[in-house]
Design a protein around this ligand. Structure first.
Ligand SMILES: [Zn+2]
Length: 100
């Protein structure tokens, strides 16, 4: 499963999230600056399970199952806040702003 780079953005520091496989085989999303520099730069960014991210995006887009094409089409990015909630930014919103 491939995601477009920069789909998940850390709200605390503005860095992209990286998709990282743990030795256990679990796939996690982690703030890249937290991975690189530690808590010095980014203190509260949560690590999120890949499955949880997919499930949340399915709910956001009202999809029965995860569809990377639909995600690409509709989502500009998803912001991860320090409390672990996901805030989607839709691509359409930009067009609406331009029209208005
Ligand atoms: Zn961060």
């Amino acid at each position: 499963m491939k995601h477009s780079p920069g789909l998940l953005i850390c709200e605390e520091c503005g860095a992209v999230y990286w998709r990282i496989a743990r030795p256990s085989g679990e796939i996690m999303w982690r703030c890249s600056s937290k991975v690189k520099y530690g808590k010095r730069i980014c203190q509260h960014a949560p690590s999120i399970l890949d499955d949880d991210v997919k499930q949340a995006i399915c709910e956001i887009l009202d999809m029965p199952e995860f569809d990377p094409q639909a995600v690409k089409k509709h989502l500009e990015c998803v912001r991860i806040s320090p409390d672990g909630s996901l805030t989607p930014e839709f691509i359409q919103r930009k067009y609406m702003k331009m029209i208005l």
